[in-house]
Design a protein around this ligand. Structure first.
Ligand code: KIV
Ligand code: ZN
Length: 513
C-alpha cells in the first residue's frame, strides 16, 4: 500500500513565529537558526521562521533559516498586503522549499474594530493577496484569524474564493482559544462538507490554549479531516500558548488506533528540542508538563511503582526513550577519557569541533572534580551553557563576591564585544544583588529585574545550579539562563545572558531607525 496524504498529518511548527512573540521569549538570529536546525532534526514538515516585514531581525532570521536549514519547508508570515508578501518572498527565496503564509481576520469583531473593513473588502484583499503570492510560489497558505468566532457562511465564501485564487493550505485558527473540541471538530467537518473545492487543499488547525484546550481542539480537527497541525515546542505562544507539538504528535502516535494516521516526527528528538527551546527562550518547562516535564515519566506512589516494576505497561503508555528522555544514569566520572566524553556528547546530539571538544572536556573535568557523579543532564547543561553563542555582546570574565554578616559586595570584569574590559564593584542586599548591581554598572544597561529563580539540575548539594531570570527594558521582557556549580556564578551568567538578549534587540531597533 502506498502512503497517501491522508496517512500523515503535516506538522507545522510555529515556535519561531507565534511562540517567539510571547513575552520574554525573544531570540537573536543565531539562536533562531540553532532552533531551526534542531526542528529539522526533529522532522517537522514546515518551520514558520518568522514575520519578515515586521522588523529587520525577523527578516534576517527568516533569511538565514531559509539559506541554512535543509529539509523542512520554510514559511514566512504576511498580512494580506503586497509589501508583506514581497518582504516574505525576499527573505524566503533562497530556501529549498518555501511557503507564504498570508492571513487576515474573518470574525465580525476583528473586521469591525481591528481591520475596520467590511467583509466584502476583507474577501477581495484576501483573494488579491493569494493571487499575488501564487504568482511567486506554488505553496501558499491562507489563514482566517479568529475563525472560531467567524460567521460560518462567510468562512465558506472566503475559503472557496482563496482556493480558487490558488491557496494550497487553508488554516483555521482558534486565535483566542475559545473553541471546545466537539465544536472545533464540527467546524472542520462543516468546512469539509460545505466548501465545494476543499478537496484541493490541506486543512490546518492553529489552536491557542486560553482554556487549556489547544491540543484537544487540534486533535478534534484531525479526527474530522484536518491534515496539518500548527503547533509549538512546549506549547509556547501568545498568552497561554499554542497547541504543544509534543503532545499532539505523541497522542497521534500512541493512539494510532483512533487517528489512523501518523506524523513524520522523529520522536526521539522531542526532549532535546524541548530543552533547547526552554533554554534559549529562558522559559522553564513546568514539571508536570505532559511528555517533556521532569515528572512526566516519574512513578512516585508505592502502588504505581509496584505495578510498573512488575510490568511497565501497567502505568506507562509511552517509553521515556521514545521521546529521547535521558536515562539519568551515571555516565562518566573524573577518570573518563576525552574519547568517552566525545562519544557521549555525540549520543546526546552535540557535534563538537576539536577546539570545542578541548574546551568542553576541560569544563567536564572541572565539574567532575567538584561533583562525584555526572549525569546526562549535567553534560547537557554544561554543553548548553558553555557552547559559544554568536552575537553575544557581554561575557563574564571574572567575578568575586563576599557575603556574611557584613554588607555583601561584588566585583566583576566583563568583556564587551570580545575586546573592551569593563571592571566594576558594587554593594547589595545579598550576594546576588551585589553581583547584579556590579554587572549593571559595568554594562551600563538600564533594566529592571522582574523574576529570578534557581534550581539544582540534578538532586544533591554538589549539583549544578541553574539560574533563570527575566529582565525588562522600556519595551520588552528578556529571559536569561546560566549554569554553574556555584549558584552566584550561575546567577551572574543568567543575568548577562538576559542582558545579551536586550542588547541585541536594542542594537537592532537602532539599525531600524
Ligand atoms: O492565532 C492566530 O490566528 C495566528 C494567525 C496569524 C495564524 O497566529
Ligand atoms: Zn496564533
Amino acid at each position: 500500500m502506498t502512503a497517501n496524504k491522508n496517512d500523515y498529518v503535516v506538522i507545522f511548527d510555529s515556535t519561531l513565529r507565534d511562540a517567539e512573540q510571547s513575552p520574554g521569549a525573544s531570540l537573536n538570529v543565531p539562536e533562531k537558526v540553532e532552533i531551526a536546525h534542531q526542528l529539522a532534526r526533529l522532522g517537522v514538515d514546515v518551520i514558520e521562521a518568522g514575520f519578515p516585514v515586521s522588523s529587520p531581525v525577523q527578516f534576517e532570521g527568516v533569511q538565514r533559516i531559509a539559506r541554512e536549514v535543509h529539509g523542512p519547508v520554510i514559511a514566512g508570515l504576511a498580512r494580506t498586503v503586497k509589501k508583506d508578501i514581497d518582504a516574505a518572498v525576499d527573505a524566503l527565496k533562497d530556501a529549498e522549499r518555501w511557503r507564504i503564509h498570508t492571513f487576515t481576520s474573518t470574525s465580525p469583531v476583528h473586521m469591525e474594530h481591528m481591520l475596520k473593513m467590511t467583509p466584502d473588502v476583507v474577501l477581495a484583499k484576501a483573494v488579491e493577496a493569494v493571487k499575488h503570492a501564487v504568482s511567486l510560489t506554488p505553496d501558499v497558505e491562507f489563514s482566517g484569524q479568529d475563525a472560531t468566532r467567524s460567521d460560518r457562511k462567510f468562512l465558506v465564501e472566503i475559503i472557496q474564493a482563496v482556493i480558487e485564487a490558488g491557496a494550497t493550505t487553508i488554516n483555521i485558527p482558534d486565535t483566542v482559544g475559545y473553541g471546545i473540541p466537539e465544536e472545533f471538530g464540527d467546524l472542520i467537518a462543516f468546512l469539509m462538507a460545505n466548501v465545494p473545492n476543499i478537496q484541493k487543499v490541506t486543512i490546518s488547525t492553529h489552536c491557542h490554549n486560553d482554556l487549556g484546550l489547544a491540543v484537544a481542539n487540534s486533535l478534534a480537527g484531525v479526527l474530522n479531516g484536518a491534515r496539518q497541525i500548527e503547533c509549538t515546542i512546549n506549547g509556547l505562544g501568545e498568552r497561554a500558548g499554542n497547541a504543544s507539538l509534543e503532545e499532539c504528535v505523541m497522542t497521534i502516535r500512541t493512539r494510532r488506533d483512533q487517528f489512523k494516521c501518523d506524523t513524520h516526527i522523529n520522536t526521539q528528538e522531542i526532549y532535546r528540542t524541548s530543552q533547547l527551546v526552554s533554554r534559549l527562550m529562558g522559559l522553564e518547562v513546568q514539571v508536570n508538563k505532559a511528555i517533556v516535564g521532569a515528572n512526566a515519566f516519574a512513578h512516585e506512589s508505592g502502588v504505581h511503582q509496584d505495578g510498573f516494576l512488575k510490568e511497565r505497561t501497567t502505568y506507562e503508555i509511552m517509553k521515556p526513550e521514545d521521546v529521547g528522555v535521558p536515562r539519568s544514569k551515571i555516565v562518566l566520572g573524573r577518570h573518563s577519557g576525552r574519547h568517552g566524553f566525545k562519544v557521549r556528547c555525540q549520543e546526546l546530539g552535540f557535534e563538537l569541533t576539536e577546539e570545542q571538544l578541548t574546551e568542553m572536556y576541560a569544563k567536564f573535568i572541572d565539574l567532575a572534580d567538584k561533583k562525584k557523579e555526572i549525569f546526562d543532564e549535567d553534560i547537557i547543561a554544561i554543553l548548553d551553557d558553555a557552547m559559544p553563542r554568536a552575537g553575544e555582546c557581554f561575557k563574564l570574565d571574572y567575578m568575586q563576591c563576599t557575603s556574611g554578616t557584613g554588607i555583601p559586595s561584588a566585583t566583576v570584569r566583563i568583556i564587551r564585544e570580545g575586546k573592551d574590559e569593563l571592571l566594576e564593584s558594587a554593594h547589595g542586599d545579598g550576594p546576588v544583588d551585589a553581583v547584579y548591581n556590579a554587572i549593571s554598572k559595568a554594562t551600563g544597561m538600564d533594566v529592571t529585574l522582574e523574576n529570578y529563580s534557581i534550581r539544582a539540575v540534578t538532586g544533591s548539594t554538589d549539583a549544578l545550579g541553574e539560574a533563570m531570570v527575566r529582565i525588562r527594558d522600556d519595551k520588552r521582557v528578556y529571559a536569561g539562563r546560566g549554569v554553574s556549580t556555584d549558584i552566584i556564578e550561575a546567577s551572574a551568567k543568567a543575568y548577562i545572558n538576559a542582558l545579551n538578549h536586550a542588547a541585541a534587540r536594542q542594537r537592532n531597533s537602532k539599525k531600524q531607525k
